[in-house]
Write a protein that binds this ligand. Structure first.
Ligand code: ZN
Ligand code: ZN
Length: 357
């Protein structure tokens, strides 16, 4: 990867990428990865994490420094000096989307002899395809969310008279009870007109008969995230609500059908979007179809109309079309899936039949 970029090394300062490459979960660390095959990376963290580093990163000797960058800069400079006679020594890459301008200037000042080159998405690109261990963690995160919703439904926890916040806190509590390490992101519970807001934050709004209720939530397990949206109606179901639901369900199925290895992400978006556009309400679906999911809730690859990538076998992505009628209500249906030969493996298995609660 680094040789193709003609880099001699990559300075990894994004903690999610450090975690991906080493397994380390602390809040301060950095990693220098060499292009030279077999050369051990330099891993650095501070004194709070001596034991944790030994446990989580047993294969590397941690450099302990309050300033995690310092040992890495020294190693990179020493390497550059040792190789100064060679003509093919490339610059050291840094993660341009993560390293601040201030830190970049600081590195230039501290290591003036070091050639630096901005890079984007190198480790993120490696993270797209999940191995079976990662899929196992994603599967568990999705199962925790499915189980939490099943229990909430069984207890009739989504009913008129309760507030969006109460429903959200119940779901989150049930996910923790089910073994989640954390919630995947801020839970969305949106009732009535609020359901027309794609990323509504739960309020004290009271659920009422006849409302659409949209839940978008997920669990975190072993660092991996699940992401699922289901929409219900309360007590009754008006024709426009059922029509909207059926349309979104058809679009979601079309999106899922398009998720095959090698598919262009933009084509997958188009497969779902065209169903909604054909119904004459294309402008009511104003967000991308989905996103990659893994150590972060939103990661590569994006699935939208302007996406440029493809979906490789083993990628974890969401498929989440929605139709939102302003001030009336909206429907979104979202699954987390793994791209597989022969069609996606759907990890979020809660029913997508329209439930009238
Ligand atoms: Zn979601
Ligand atoms: Zn999502």
């Amino acid at each position: 990867m680094l040789q193709a970029q003609q880099l001699s090394a990559l300075l990894v300062t994004d903690l999610v990428n450090v975690r991906y490459l080493t397994g380390f979960t602390g809040s301060n660390a950095a990693l220098l990865v060499w292009a030279e095959p077999g050369r051990a990376p330099v891993f650095s963290t501070d004194g709070r994490y001596v034991e944790q580093a030994a446990e989580q990163v047993p294969d590397l000797v941690a450099e302990i420094s309050r300033d995690a960058l310092a040992p890495l800069l020294t190693a990179a400079e020493n390497c550059a000096a040792a190789n100064s006679a060679a003509v093919d020594v490339g610059p050291v890459g840094f993660e341009a989307t993560q390293l601040s301008v201030a830190v970049h200037a600081d590195i230039r000042r501290r290591a003036p002899g070091l050639a630096l080159q901005a890079t984007t998405g190198l480790v993120e690109g490696l993270r797209i395809v999940k191995d079976e261990h990662e899929v196992g963690l994603l599967r568990r995160a999705c199962a925790i969310a499915d189980e939490a919703l099943a229990i909430l439904l069984e207890r009739e926890g989504i009913r008129p008279g309760r507030t969006e916040r109460q429903v959200a806190r119940d779901l989150e509590w049930l996910m923790y009870e089910g073994g989640a390490d954390g919630i995947g992101f801020e839970t969305i519970v949106a009732a009535g007109a609020n359901s027309a807001v794609p990323h509504h934050r739960p309020t004290s709004a009271v659920l009422a008969e006849g409302d659409l209720v949209k839940l978008d939530f997920g669990a975190q397990y072993g660092g991996y995230h699940s992401d699922m949206t289901r929409t219900f109606t309360l007590g009754s179901c008006a024709q426009w609500q059922r029509d909207t639901y059926d349309l979104v369900a058809s679009a979601q199925q079309a999106g899922l059908d398009a998720v095959v290895p090698g598919a262009l992400a933009a084509d997958v978006d188009a497969a779902a979007r065209s169903v909604i556009a054909a119904a004459g309400v294309g402008e009511l679906f104003a967000h991308g179809l989905g996103h990659g999911v893994g150590l972060q809730i939103h990661e590569a690859p994006g699935i939208g109309s302007s996406a440029t990538g493809t979906l490789p076998c083993g990628a974890a992505v969401t498929v989440e079309p929605g139709v939102y009628h302003a001030r009336r209500g909206g429907v979104r249906i979202e699954d987390t899936v793994i791209v597989r030969e022969g069609g996606p493996e759907i990890l979020t298995v809660t029913t997508k039949e329209l439930l009238v609660l």
